[in-house]
Design a protein around this ligand. Structure first.
Ligand SMILES: [Zn+2]
Length: 481
């Protein structure tokens, strides 16, 4: 089998995938900040990383995966300015930040199920890893990477010489550009907060005592973790110092991931992740998704318009993960048709036992079709080609005379498509009941008797049960409407 390869942001090249331990993959996915419903733009990333897990498993890797839920510390600006998104959400809804995190965190988990996303081995909430995060601050302090200013404990990026490498940042330009805006108490524009203090005179819903040994002077301060720190602390606590793959959105490269790398590698002296995979953005009608435009559709918005989460999955996978996607309802509708066509082929497996001729050569689909799908996806998760492959295989099945179709090979192929692409073709296409089968039989007899009136009545009865019948040279085949 062709080997698995990915475009690695760290090296800017496509590389053969080699994990640290044979047969095992340590994978970290940056998860959502749970202060609002996820939009289709957010879900796009999680659908792609679901394919990554499925593909690794198809290549017989055991996947140890951590996905975080950011429920504290992600400020309105990805840098260290502005309000905490959770505290802002709490004010908007007149709830506590804890309630907001619980509500949208649960909604995220439900959304994962609706989209048939594989459950990671660990889903970790930042608020449940505060001691590990403080320990990382402590280690960095002991190694001389931190300093304290009035609003928090910061990482001194000038002490980490390779800071700019990952994102190929131009630090001088950044300094010049940031001079006006950045917190003047910071030593360098790119320095970031590991631990922020609750401003004096204020109380936050989410705050913790800062251990006294981390503080300069003898004042006690309440505080909360920086968003970047959370990912490093949880990833290393559960997966060890070096990950095989770290995933996230391309917008995370210059700040969030750059900072994760700096603090993790400064603490351990080891590489934080061997492979970094980044998904591109989704636009809607050619424009960026934004609150003000009201184009940040949720799963509920799509369902209200008659689309299923599986339709969205199909839409997303039509583009590769590195391609900028463009969502329109027209594109979503065409994805819906594509999925419908796959299901038309999937229901054939219930109808072929009588007609299949095991002795025939050139039966479809070929048993090699499943393997070929994995091979296409192995090339940097090429989902658009993967879908085209499924189109070809199932298209051939739909175009074939029933006696050429091998129901066992078809079932096996559908199962494989479900495993690697997550479409639930098998469970979404159950057999019809005996009553409907009886009606189809009666309709066929009526047609043989040229009793068109009766045949039409039976066709209409079947239609009310969501079943249509098409007549072929070798018999009648049913499908879902
Ligand atoms: Zn992260």
């Amino acid at each position: 089998m062709s080997s698995l390869q990915f475009y690695n942001t760290r090296t800017r090249t496509t590389e053969k995938f080699i994990p640290q331990h044979e047969g095992e993959v340590k994978l970290y996915t940056c998860g959502p900040t749970v202060y609002d419903y996820l939009t289709i733009g957010n879900w796009t990333a999680y659908v792609y990383w679901d394919i990554l897990v499925r593909l690794l498993e198809a290549n017989e890797y055991k996947v140890h995966r951590v996905m975080n839920i950011t429920d504290v510390g992600h400020l309105v600006s990805d840098a260290d300015d502005g309000e905490d998104k959770l505290e802002k959400g709490a004010r908007r809804e007149d709830k506590t930040a804890w309630d907001v995190a619980k509500f949208y965190g649960d909604d995220f988990l439900r959304g994962m199920q609706r989209l048939n996303l594989k459950q990671p081995e660990y889903i970790t909430k930042a608020t449940e890893y505060i001691p590990q995060q403080l320990e990382l601050v402590r280690t960095l302090g002991q190694k001389g990477y931190t300093y304290q200013i009035d609003d928090g404990i910061y990482f001194d990026t000038s002490k980490f010489p390779t800071y700019a490498d990952f994102a190929r940042l131009d630090i001088d330009a950044q300094k010049a550009g940031a001079r006006v805006e950045f917190n003047q108490a910071k030593r360098n524009a790119s320095d970031f907060a590991l631990w922020k203090f609750t401003p004096s005179g204020e109380t936050r819903d989410m705050e913790w005592d800062t251990p006294v040994d981390l503080l300069k002077g003898d004042a006690t301060r309440k505080g909360f973790p920086g968003w970047h720190l959370e990912c490093s602390a949880m990833a290393m606590d559960l997966l060890g110092t070096t990950l095989d793959i770290h995933t996230g959105g391309i917008d995370h490269i210059p700040v969030h991931h750059t900072n994760e790398i700096a603090q993790s590698e400064a603490a351990t002296g080891l590489r934080f992740s061997n492979y970094w995979l980044h998904n591109n953005h989704l636009k809607v009608d050619g424009t960026k998704i934004s609150k003000s435009l009201g184009n940040g559709y949720t799963l509920d918005d799509l369902e209200a318009k008659g689309y299923t989460p599986q339709d969205l999955r199909m839409f997303i996978l039509q583009s590769g993960y590195q391609t900028e996607g463009n969502f329109t309802f027209e594109n979503l509708t065409s994805a819906t048709h594509r999925l419908h066509n796959w299901r038309r082929a999937a229901v054939l497996r219930h109808q072929l036992h009588e007609t299949v001729d095991e002795q025939r050569d050139n039966r479809v689909p070929a048993y090699a079709a499943s393997q070929a799908l994995t091979e296409v996806l192995n090339d940097n998760m090429n989902t658009s080609e993967g879908l085209a492959h499924v189109d070809r295989v199932l298209g051939e099945v739909l175009d074939s005379t029933a006696s050429y179709i091998d129901p066992r090979a078809l079932t096996e192929f559908l199962q494989h498509v479900d495993n690697v692409l997550g479409f639930e073709l098998i469970t979404s296409t159950p057999d019809i009941g005996d009553n409907a089968k009886q009606l189809i039989l009666e309709r066929r007899r009526a047609r043989e008797d040229k009793n068109w009136t009766k045949s039409d009545i039976l066709r209409d009865t079947l239609a009310t049960q969501g079943i249509t019948v098409r007549d072929t040279a070798t018999g009648s085949l049913w499908e879902y409407k």
